[in-house]
Design a protein around this ligand. Structure first.
Ligand SMILES: [Zn+2]
Length: 602
């Protein structure tokens, strides 16, 4: 697990990178399409501005609007994807900036459309939904928008300003990926290179305690130097959200941010409260066992991600991942497996680690095109979890895109992490089935806890709990600085981990590590999605193939139904706390099983 000095983007193997020609053959075709988009937006405006009189003309307009949105999506992807693989590529950054402005211009031009749609009587909107059911979900959202729509001129100005509104996130991304120089650190008399990605993807899991803790200390010291600029960017972000909430008539920024998800405050609060209260004891029990097995003097925040049994951390190459993906996804049927395996020959995935590459992973699904997946492959089994996770988003995107209008293809954020975490559960299940050895079984179960649930039920939950406190401040009209953010973060960590973990200096700076804080109330949705995935997965184990059909149907829904209704299609009722408490109970039993296996092994 030695970290090597990182390659430049130009030195990586092209076959392991994603293929952008699926979007546009070359830059010329891209530029021509940019022209075409602008022309189409002009024509659209001439044709429809002031002319949407009845259901028939509205349906015609929605159809044309959908085509414009599709081109805009392709153009946006083509221009921004390269900035994720190399933030030091000035030309790519320049193109992305230029396109963001072009797209903002197009949005501003088309903003009359939202205004004129929402100006219609409910009866006319209902007629559209009836005559063109493929747009029913879009109309459902238009009706909600109707209540918060501002004057046309104001909407136009806001659309034009959208690149400016995106600035906080970009400032943060520049700070962490470009400006922060993490230098090197020394452990056991040896010097190690450090970067944001290396810390989060290698050293955080390092089996050598001295290396792991020294890396954390150096990492934290560099973060600290940037705390004021990042706090300012973040403050601007939440101020913007609060201002938008107020402008649109919301007393609370929470209700404004949840409106888009079509989720109410109760569902949101319950997810955070239940996990903070009921899941925390399970995790403390697990992490204490990890500490004992590893013979650690204490469990600090820097040690949280170590493996329960480091000797059972198998490596896996990119080549080997193909078979693993294929075998893991078998329960979802051959057709589904074949669809996902296209990822390799069609080069959906960007595997290499290189300088300037964004940390973490994502999947970007594109209407009528294949998905794009970013990972940084380090040959660890955890990379296979990440890849399968992202392929879960890909599967959902492909199925909903094939079955829905572009305007209804995206599920609510509340559901977005269900398909991805479902894949992770399948991976654990596959690995568990293929071992007789109690030590391997223990390792697989602990991976399920330390990877799938730690990530979704702990890491992102603690982000969510912290974020909730920040938004409460903002709702109360109070500001904050870096010190205040650190104080909130520390108190959330202490509340969750209790005496089981020493929250050592640097842990409080975790608020500087996640891009999610710039995406509204996103972090809590990881646990919401995983709750649905766990319940659906357990049902599949019990009920078999019939459940698989329900799951495919759920994936293909996209944004067709609101979260509560969509979860029902997957057989999960999220109107009560039962799915979450059942999931916590399942995890509690899994941790007991791990402890039992340990007794057996020793
Ligand atoms: Zn995800």
């Amino acid at each position: 697990m030695e970290a090597q000095a990182m390659k430049h983007r130009s030195e990586v193997t092209e076959a392991l990178t994603w293929d952008l020609t699926a979007l546009f053959e070359n830059k010329r075709e891209f530029e021509e399409t940019v022209q075409e988009l602008q022309a189409k937006a002009d024509t659209f405006t001439q044709q429809y501005d002031g002319n949407i009189k009845d259901a028939a003309s509205m349906i015609e307009a929605i159809k044309d609007y959908e085509q414009i949105r599709k081109l805009a999506t392709w153009i946006g992807q083509y221009a921004t994807l390269p900035t994720n693989t190399d933030i030091t590529d000035g030309e790519a950054m320049e193109r992305a900036r230029y396109i963001r402005n072009v797209l903002a211009g197009v949005s501003a031009k088309l903003s009359f459309f939202d205004s004129q749609l929402t100006a219609n009587e409910e009866a006319v909107l209902d007629e559209v939904a009836q005559q063109a059911p493929e747009y029913a979900a879009f109309i459902r959202r238009v009706k909600k928008q109707k209540a918060v729509q501002l004057e046309p001129e104001v909407e136009k100005a806001l659309a034009q300003l959208s690149p400016v509104f995106g600035a906080p996130q970009q400032i943060f991304e520049q700070a962490r990926s470009n400006d922060m120089d993490f230098g090197t650190f020394t452990a056991n008399g040896k010097e190690y290179p450090l970067s944001f990605v290396l810390y989060e993807e290698v050293y955080m899991y390092h089996p050598d305690t001295e290396v792991r803790r020294a890396a954390f200390d150096q990492f934290s010291q560099v973060l600290e130097k940037y705390q004021n600029v990042v706090a300012s960017a973040y403050y601007t972000q939440v101020q913007k959200e609060k201002t938008m909430a107020t402008m649109r008539g919301f007393d609370s920024v929470f209700d404004y941010l949840l409106m888009d998800q079509e989720v109410d405050r109760e569902l949101y609060d319950r997810q955070i409260d239940t996990l903070m209260n009921d899941f925390a004891p399970v995790m403390r029990k697990f992490i204490t066992h990890v500490k004992e097995l590893n013979g650690l003097d204490k469990m600090t925040y820097a040690d949280l991600k170590i493996d329960l049994d480091p000797e059972y951390s198998p490596t896996i190459t990119i080549e080997e991942s193909k078979d693993l993906v294929k075998e893991t996804l078998q329960p979802l049927g051959q057709e589904y497996v074949d669809m996902i395996l296209r990822a390799y020959p069609e080069r959906w995935i960007d595997f290499p680690q290189n300088k300037g590459k964004r940390s973490g992973a994502f999947c970007s699904t594109t209407y009528e095109k294949h998905p794009y997946i970013l990972v940084s492959w380090t040959d660890q089994l955890s990379d296979a979890y990440t890849l399968l996770h992202e392929l879960g988003h890909a599967g959902q995107g492909l199925l909903s895109n094939a079955n829905r209008s572009l305007l209804a293809s995206r599920p609510s954020l509340y559901l977005i992490e269900a398909p991805s975490t479902f894949h992770e559960l399948l991976l654990t299940d596959y690995l568990k089935k293929h071992t007789e050895d109690p030590r391997m079984e223990r390792s697989v179960l602990s991976k399920m806890i330390s990877k799938t649930y730690f990530h979704n039920f702990v890491t992102h939950l603690l982000e969510a709990a912290y974020q909730r406190e920040v938004y409460k401040l903002v709702d109360a009209g109070k500001g904050f600085d870096a010190a205040k953010l650190s104080e909130i973060k520390r108190s959330v960590l202490e509340q969750f981990w209790g005496d089981a973990v020493e929250i050592n200096p640097g842990a409080e700076l975790t608020w500087m590590r996640q891009i999610h804080y710039y995406m509204g109330l996103y972090p809590y949705t990881y646990s919401a999605g995983l709750t649905i995935a766990t319940q659906a997965f357990l049902k599949m184990k019990e009920e078999g193939p019939s459940m698989v059909d329900n799951w495919h149907e759920f994936l293909a829904l996209g944004g067709e139904l609101i979260p509560v209704e969509a979860a029902k299609v997957a057989g999960v009722d999220i109107t009560t706390d039962k799915p979450l408490s059942d999931t916590i109970h399942y995890l509690d039993k899994s941790v007991d099983k791990i402890i039992e296996l340990s007794a057996q092994i020793s």
